[in-house]
Design a protein around this ligand. Sequence first.
Ligand code: 4BW
Length: 149
Amino acid sequence: MQKLDDMNILDSSIMNFIISVEKVAHVQPNNNIEHALLILIKSGYTAIPVLDTSFRLHGLISKAQILDSILGIEKIEPERLQKTLVSDVMTSDIARVKDTERFEKVLSFSINHPFICVESNEGSFLGIITRSKLLAYLNGFLHGNKRKM
Ligand code: 4BW
């Protein structure tokens, strides 16, 4: 079988796979974690980006981080939900790329990250690339090429 890099797929624009900002569930750093938990439960996602009002990316927050943050020594302390801010719990160690990045880079990030955040050169959040979008594209590409061979 031909190698993937002979087929130019690794150079494809990542903008072919982006889920644009208006379709991405997100919260703000100064929301409390009760609000974040509601958004996570209602959207059905495990983790979502944290964006400020200017659509700058600050990190991501997950259900697991929120649950961990309300865990007392011997009991769950739900009163912390209203007192704790997203910025206190979120992680800023996330997978992020510029919109000019190549397919190859997001593919390798997706091994360890379920989604990758995409930003413009000016630092505005543009959307996310999910592992499922990448796999669907790769699968379609490989099957299309198999038929041509
Ligand atoms: O609501 C859902 N709709 C659909 N169509 N699929 C869903 C939904 N929720 C979960 N899934 C499926 C997807 O295949 O489960 C996978 C794991 O979800 P996750 O991680 O643990 O919540 C989904 O895989 P994916 O599409 O590759 O998405 C990877 C991760 O990207 C998700 C979630 O953290 C994030 N994500 C995806 N779409 C998002 C989003 N975050 C915010 N807004 C979105 N629109």
